[in-house]
Design a protein around this ligand. Sequence first.
Ligand SMILES: NC(=O)c1ccc[n+]([C@@H]2O[C@H](COP(=O)([O-])OP(=O)(O)OC[C@H]3O[C@@H](n4cnc5c(N)ncnc54)[C@H](OP(=O)(O)O)[C@@H]3O)[C@@H](O)[C@H]2O)c1
Length: 307
Amino acid sequence: MRAAIINTFGPPNVIEIADISRPQAAPGHVVVHVKAAGVAPWDSLIRSNTSVTAPQLPLILGSDLSGVVDSVGSGVTEFKPGDEVYGVTNEQFIGAYAEFALAKAAMIARKPTKLSFLEAASAPVVAVTAWQMLFEYARLKAGQTALIHGAAGNVGAYAVQLAKNAGIKVFATASAKDADYLRTLGADTIIDYRQAKFEDGLPLVDAVIDMVGGAVRERSMRVLPPHGILVTVVSPKPEDLIRRYGDKVVFFLADVTTTRLNTLTTLFDSGKLLTQVGTVLPLEHARLAHEMLAGAPHQRGKIVLQL
Ligand SMILES: NC(=O)c1ccc[n+]([C@@H]2O[C@H](COP(=O)([O-])OP(=O)(O)OC[C@H]3O[C@@H](n4cnc5c(N)ncnc54)[C@H](OP(=O)(O)O)[C@@H]3O)[C@@H](O)[C@H]2O)c1
């Protein structure tokens, strides 16, 4: 089968398209005939050997996928060959940029019927991340407020939609070019991060949901009341802030599970949650996809490889 692999860590040009043998169904796993694979910032961390998951070489890049179950390993009762699924390969976040991928049965779910394979592959990690940030870590409820940094990005767009669906007031930071888009998603107040300091004039918020990292996190502590919380998913983990502020600062790695995906599937199928697929490329252009992650021009939304 064809797969986008790396034999050495480094820049996008270490990615090669190779002909390798298909994975075999292992216990607790399914082999997915991949229709589409999402391309994400953490794939570049893995490619450049800066990911905390630290997988061994050689490896197939990619974690988000959608496709059709080809075969199932022992102990798998929830899926059978022919099922249309979406989700993530494994906790190491590798193996999806390929014609066939081995995925843990506990990390995939039935594909939402309303979504195409391209749309479904764009969603798993980013949508689950946003869900966990808002409701499992910040524990936000209707009537509360959130400041969402990087709101027009892939995680951010889900965070805005999920927050609005739950009756949470959203302050969003983004570039001016994304203001109209964020209004359509439901953001109440949009702050152009290139023109204004978000902390000037912002009321205290119950939670800061951070997809930007760096100095933005430190500055965000000023808009949190004593009960407030900053939830961040941007690497590296902010050890210094955690030392200084304790439980007020939380960093975590997304935990994509069948249960969480099924919750999101209900929202996708009821039309309450929309995907945003950006540039679509064939597998052979995986290297270009990674150049886009590093700043080469591409459409807003998730970059997806179509197989
Ligand atoms: N720990 C985990 O499990 C986990 C899971 C998912 C994602 N992540 C991390 O979360 C981050 C976001 O991921 P993503 O997929 O959403 O990325 P993305 O789609 O590239 O979105 C990033 C967004 O942030 C905006 N931005 C950049 N600087 C900003 C600033 N100073 N203030 C406000 N907005 C700013 C960008 O806008 P412009 O392009 O206009 O600058 C862009 O819209 C990445 O670091 C990713 O690795 C971690």
